[in-house]
Design a protein around this ligand. Structure first.
Ligand code: XMP
Length: 512
């Protein structure tokens, strides 16, 4: 049976992949396609529905991204969102003009036409997320308004005969009350999707695609020890077996005992080709005296490459390099239009020193929770799949200020205690990321009647679904108290423990 496909036609919105993820959450397979692809290409793929994303341009500006007007006559159901809604109006003879009052944020949405198939089951009045400075001022022939807000007379429109629907607001945003319903109505009632796509299909298809792409060529994968690189490696291993060599560079900035756990998993559980490079001294040497977070990342990125070079020499020429990049890494690294937040060392071109042809990133389109689902589908142990996300630069971005062996040891011990207590309290699945940070602050304390001048450890715990925004986890005081007592009693040179209560934004999850 032919795979049912939804296309998300990307007009440059930073949320295009979030829309795709929402579509997948409804059990519908979907691909994000750049708006520059010709209409014939889109039609040939025989999608059951197309979603036009928002974008950062104005349809009124010259050179703004367009699709062809014929797309709207192809008989394929289309949902335009934000900029996509404007395009639908503009290319069908309507008028888009600058709004008298732009809207950005949570706004009250009034359904004007409750019989609209898009709003079936939605509340008459609800909250939606708006972000626009233009609006549809004259509807194209054959269209009618289906929703409005105080400032926007056409917050949604439709031409049900042509199966064309548009919303000015953002259904992908969680604050849009009817967002999930609108997408479900579009996908199921209007497009006719069965909604039976599962992560197992993604895994199966990706393995098949990897097999076809790689053939009997050689692949190298850098394992960081984190969930993303583990899942990527196992996926490629399932596709090509022993033609994959995993290289694990131990930079000495891993969590307590983690290096040995990674080795055990690769060698015993999955029986992979595995090379461990113990580069602890090399990394610490290069990092000595460096306090600037981005400099630390750059150094670690460079040293990884050096270490890879060593591994590369052992392995010889390879055709592909696998990386465990996931979607939030892609946008937070400023790939595409999104602004740079942090330079994630694991994204971007590795220089010419490594002899490989191409990078493979099997998880590039997935969010963290989807990566975990994929990991379970691949048969990876739950304990491994549910490990904390861990940044490539490791504890380097959790030791504020310069890095030394002693500080690394203190942090590893404190972090292990924190993780142990969180697991004991049964909170390890509900808190999405939690770890200790060794601040560069030393303060006065008192132990056994003696004055101490020691480090402050900060604990960080966040709840999030996509790691792009996050709230601090409401860890019960008695759990925090137990962690604090244990850290003070069991780890030397720490006399103060604090808990970080800042959401993201304005803070980031990591301290550096
Ligand atoms: P932030 O601190 O940017 O973190 O809110 C978002 C997610 O990304 C992880 N992170 C990194 N991962 N290399 C990585 O591979 C990095 O340089 C890096 N910095 C942050 C962080 O742990 C969180 O899950």
């Amino acid at each position: 049976m032919k795979k049912q496909l939804a296309i998300v036609l990307d007009f440059g919105s930073p949320y295009s992949h979030l829309i795709a993820r929402r579509v997948r959450e409804h059990g519908v397979y979907c691909e994000v396609v750049p708006s520059t692809k010709p209409t014939e290409y889109l039609i040939e793929k025989e999608p059951l529905g197309i979603i036009l994303t928002g974008g950062t341009s104005s349809v009124l500006a010259s050179g703004s991204p367009l699709c062809s007007a014929e797309l709207f006559n192809a008989g394929i159901p289309i949902l335009g969102i934000g900029y996509g809604a404007h395009l639908m109006a503009h290319l069908n003879g309507g008028v888009v003009s600058a709004s008298a009052k732009s809207e950005c944020g949570e706004v009250t949405l009034n359904i004007a036409k409750p019989t609209s198939p898009l709003f079936n089951g939605a509340q008459a009045v609800s909250t939606c997320w708006m972000s626009h400075t233009d609006e549809i001022s004259t509807l194209p022939d054959g269209f009618s308004t289906t929703a409005s807000t105080d400032a926007c007379s056409c917050a949604a429109m439709e031409n049900p005969d042509k199966k064309l629907f548009a919303v000015q607001f953002h259904p992908e945003a969680t604050v849009t009350d009817c967002g999930s319903k609108v997408l479900a109505n579009f996908l199921f009632d209007i497009c006719g999707f069965a909604g039976d796509w599962k992560m197992a299909d993604y895994v199966k298809n990706t393995i098949a695609e990897l097999k076809a792409k790689i053939g009997d060529k050689k692949v190298i994968c850098g394992l960081s020890g984190g969930v993303d690189s583990t899942v990527s490696a196992v996926m490629v291993h399932k596709a090509i077996g022993q033609n994959l060599t995993c290289v694990f560079i131990d930079h000495g900035l891993l969590r307590k005992d983690e290096g040995d756990m990674v080795e055990e998993m690769c060698l015993s559980t999955f029986k992979m080709n595995f090379i461990r490079i113990n580069a602890q001294e090399q990394f610490l040497g290069k990092l000595a005296g460096v306090s600037d977070p981005e400099k630390k990342r750059t150094i670690i990125g460079e040293e990884f490459i050096r270490a890879f070079e060593v591994a590369g020499k052992k392995i010889g020429k390879v055709d592909f390099l696998v990386q465990g990049t996931i979607y939030p890494d892609v946008i937070e690294s400023g790939v595409g239009d999104a602004a740079l937040v942090k330079k994630h060392h694991n994204v971007g071109g590795l220089p010419d020193v490594i002899d490989f042809e191409e990078i493979i990133e099997p998880l590039r389109l997935l969010f963290k929770d989807e990566v975990r689902k994929a990991g379970l589908e691949l048969g990876i142990d739950e304990a491994l799949v549910w490990r904390q996300p861990f940044p490539g630069p490791g504890l380097a971005v959790r030791i504020i200020g310069d890095i030394t062996k002693d500080k690394t040891f203190i942090l590893q011990e404190a972090d292990a205690i924190f993780r142990e207590e969180i697991a004991k309290a049964g909170l390890d699945r509900s808190i999405n990321q939690y770890f200790a940070v060794l601040t560069d602050i030393r303060t006065v304390g008192v132990t056994d009647d003696s004055r101490t001048y020691d480090y402050t450890v900060a604990l960080r715990g966040v709840t999030t679904t996509d790691f792009m925004t996050a709230d601090f986890a409401r860890i019960p005081y008695d759990v925090l108290a137990q962690v604090s007592t244990r850290i003070i009693n069991e780890v030397g040179h720490v006399n103060r423990v604090v808990y970080d209560i800042t959401p993201k934004p304005p803070a980031t999850i990591e301290w550096e």
